[in-house]
Ligand binder design. Sequence first.
Ligand code: BDR
Ligand code: CA
Length: 320
Amino acid sequence: RKKLLADVDCGTDDAQAIMMALADRNVELLGVTCVHGNTTVENVCKNVLRVLQACDKLEIPVFKGADKPILGNTINADHFHGLDGLGDAPCPNPPSLDLVQKEGAVSALIRIVNENPGEVSLVATAPLTNLALAVRMDPSLPSKLRGLYIMGGNTDSRGNIRVCAEFNFAADPEAAYIVLKDYCCPTYLACWEFICHSKLSWEFCDAWLAQDTDKARFMARIYRHSIEAMRSERFKKMFVGGSGFVSCDPYAMAAAIDDSFILECDEYPVSVELTGTYTRGMMVMDTVGLLKGKEALKKAFIMKKVDMKKFEQMMMAALK
Ligand code: BDR
Ligand code: CA
């Protein structure tokens, strides 16, 4: 079975990504590490436990990580995910926070990868603070990963939270910079514009949520807020290529689960803008190879085309 670790800021689409991994018999989810992002790291821990409870998988270890970016203040995405990160839907039976492990997320990442050298794929669907701290504590960590799958960054200077920056990179630009520089393992990026171009339809969304299962009913409850946001004028303008059902994090998860999911990639040296009046947090690609020598950036695979039939099947299966 494929060994995965998920680093999340659970968020409605992080929830979908986790559920996708849990639904796949060929996947062993070794743990979920939590970080600030869509909401506070405390809410993120609660939300992950709620998702695991909805899937009857509370035995999977959950670790609490960084509560702030490396520099500056936190931002959040409550306009999209609700104040609690899961759509502010009533939760009658919340799992106890005592279930969160004593070990912190950064130590857990380092320990689990070292216990399974060369075997773990790390799926990061959140600000990259935990990953950046982990590589500072154990510089050998990336060389022991099978692969790194990130939802984050943008290819066209289209922002979804800052004028030119995607949320996960904008929420901790320094961390994204460190990760893109120091993670020497194969690195795959599901960037904002690619996701907008690979939208699902509203018809699919309706059929997906109408499945007669407890998981689908759970998703319908927590996702109502995000769906309203997606249908609002603000988001319609933001989505490249018009309105539709846009769920970001599952694309990174699907790529980590199934090697044949990605049909086309660009391979470019990438980094992140750390200064700039309007561009802090924006992903930078050296498409022509102008940066050489000491300045040269590390390359990443930027997803361009994926198997959408497979994606629909994996999304459906996540709520079965
Ligand atoms: C990313 O930001 C968050 O709101 C989502 O969970 C996703 O990881 C999209 O820009
Ligand atoms: Ca996320």
